[in-house]
Design a protein around this ligand. Structure first.
Ligand code: PLP
Ligand code: COI
Length: 355
């Protein structure tokens, strides 16, 4: 295939497209991939020429350090297409910056903004026909980086691969989510890597989440590792709680991911005159509020999950149902944020980036 250079990116186009095999009205989350991917290798102390190539398997030496010591980080972003066919990203520099925060914590090389942002935009221009427009769907963007450098020595690798892959996706959750407030296991600890989007953070959650699923819950709400008294976040979302007419979420820390949806929701809520509080929340405060009727709603917020309402929670062997409200903060804020993301409304905060 013809090989051309654009903005210093080597581009190799796929011979055929898979796009006609895709049912864009029935997309699940993150399981269909587009025709191309962006790849950039870090070798000999520097980032090499980035490439866009047909989506394909990656072959690695068995001694590559990703397999042994788990140097692996990722990001989650979305691209949206409006009625006129224009393509938008949402706060992409925040994802880029967070990817480098994760890289630093995992002793991996930070990447230059130009490679990440230009690579992403160039790939998006090539794959724009893959951006779904059905309600609740978007093109999910998964940038990730892992250690390709070889050796069984337990030390940082000397080579890495950055990949950006796209998955046209429907909603992450199909309905309301029932959550279990965790009392035994921890997602992260003080001084650990909880604030980073490190692959291992998710691997460590699967077993306790499976135990919760076996009991009929879809997600775990993690609590602080020290006392297990304070709620922190869910497996893939930050948590919001409405007590009477105040919207609460917990402060970020080195145990909690600084979610881009979380901070956007807080900004929108404040601009809309909703009273917000960012403070520690005890699980027992939720129990009391559920019992006295002041707990009106709970929802999770994240790129994949957008705003996902929580139907109820389990804690210390008891289940607490949330009321079915007509007009929720969750629905209101979800519409506000998705209207900004999809160019259906003004963007007073300057978050939308046209590609
Ligand atoms: N918390 C965790 C553990 C996550 O994996 C995510 C998803 O990215 C979030 C919170 C939400 O972050 P964001 O809104 O930046 O997607
Ligand atoms: C996202 O919301 O983009 C995430 O990265 C969560 C992921 C675990 C699906």
């Amino acid at each position: 295939m013809a090989t051309i250079y654009t903005e210093d990116i080597l581009i190799e186009k796929a011979k055929t497209s898979k796009i006609n095999d895709v049912d864009f009205n029935n997309l699940s989350f993150g399981s269909t991939y587009t025709d191309h991917m962006f790849v950039c290798d870090y070798e000999n102390g520097k980032w090499q020429t980035p490439k866009i190539m047909p989506y394909q398997p990656i072959s690695l030496d068995p001694s590559s350090k990703i397999f042994h010591y788990g140097q692996s980080i990722f990001e989650g972003m979305k691209a949206y297409k409006d009625a006129a066919g224009d393509v938008f990203l949402f706060r992409p520099l925040d994802n880029f910056n967070r990817m480098n925060i994760s890289a630093k914590r995992l002793a991996m090389p930070e990447m230059p903004e130009a490679y990440f942002i230009n690579g992403l935009k160039t790939l998006l221009k090539i794959e724009k026909d893959w951006i779904p427009t059905a309600e609740g769907s978007a093109l999910y963007i998964r940038p990730f980086m892992f250690a390709t450098g070889k050796g069984f020595h337990a030390s940082p690798a000397d080579a890495y691969k950055l990949v950006i892959a796209f998955a046209p996706s429907g909603p992450y959750f199909s309905g309301k989510v029932n959550v279990l407030i965790e009392e035994k296991y921890s997602r992260s600890a003080n001084g650990g890597v909880g604030f980073a989007k490190a692959g291992g953070n998710y691997a460590g959650q699967f077993y306790p989440t499976q135990l919760a699923k076996d009991k009929g819950y879809q997600q775990v709400i993690w609590t602080d590792d020290n006392t297990h008294e304070y709620i922190e976040e869910a497996g893939a979302m930050n948590i919001f709680v409405r007590i009477n007419d105040t919207l609460l979420t917990v402060p970020t820390s080195d145990r909690i991911l600084d979610g881009i949806t979380r901070k956007s929701i807080l900004t929108i809520a404040e601009a809309e005159g909703i009273k917000t509080e960012v403070r520690k929340i005890k699980a027992t405060e939720l129990v009391e509020a559920a019992e006295n009727g002041s707990l009106k709603e709970m929802f999770g917020a994240g790129t994949a999950a957008v705003v996902s309402p929580i139907s109820g929670f389990g804690y210390k062997g008891k289940d607490f149902e949330l009321p079915e409200l007509e007009n929720t903060f969750g629905q209101f804020l979800k519409k506000k944020i998705t209207d900004i993301q999809t160019n259906k409304s003004e963007d007073p905060f300057g978050w939308r980036v046209k590609v």
